[in-house]
Ligand binder design. Structure first.
Ligand SMILES: [Fe+2]
Length: 182
């Protein structure tokens, strides 16, 4: 049985960790097997990264991006599964070092493409890659799709950067909740 088949089977019997349970409360129920996959196979990569890009960082970006999605829910249709995946992968380019890490994410997503194809079409995987590019406000380049914009804003909120740089007006609305939900 392949890893993916095993994870798909596990979805019926597995108990999610507390973070996943918490995220599910406000994230319109992502596909459970996908969520388990991201938490088991992708998010643990962050343990090897620098102090500013540890697990807490990626979980924070997932949390804030999910909240922005909920804020936008009535206005723009956003696929929460795709957003969750973008947030989980966004800094994995650090696997190849800090320089060009937002470009190297393309390489990393390529390495996991077979797995992602279980849940996403070729076009959706291209959207995930596009969203992960240029997600760093310090890079000076702007995201190219709505998932990238949400990721960009979630990163600013998570890292406590200048909120005037936020791209989506609704992102500001969730900042007031930040202190109470840290
Ligand atoms: Fe990040």
């Amino acid at each position: 049985m392949s890893n993916i088949e095993r994870l798909k089977t596990e979805q019926h019997k597995s108990t999610l960790d507390p973070v996943s349970k918490f995220l599910l409360e406000f994230s319109n129920q992502p596909i459970r097997a996908l969520l388990i996959y991201l938490h088991k196979k992708i998010i643990p990569m962050y343990k090897k990264f620098d102090v500013g890009h540890q697990t807490e960082h990626v979980l924070g970006v997932i949390k804030w991006s999910s909240r922005i999605v909920n804020q936008l829910a009535s206005k723009i249709p956003i696929d929460i599964n795709l957003m969750y995946t973008v947030a989980a992968f966004h800094d994995t380019g650090l696997k190849y070092g800090m320089a060009r890490h937002d470009k190297n994410v393309v390489k990393v997503i390529g390495e996991y493409k077979k797995d992602l194809a279980v849940w996403f079409s070729e076009k959706e995987i291209a959207t995930i890659i596009e969203a992960c590019l240029y997600h760093d406000p310090k890079d000076g380049r702007k995201p190219r799709n709505i998932y990238g914009m949400i990721l960009y804003d979630a990163g600013i909120i998570q890292d406590g950067d200048d909120i005037n740089a936020l791209m989506i007006p609704d992102s500001k609305k969730i900042i007031k909740h930040k202190k109470s939900s840290k």
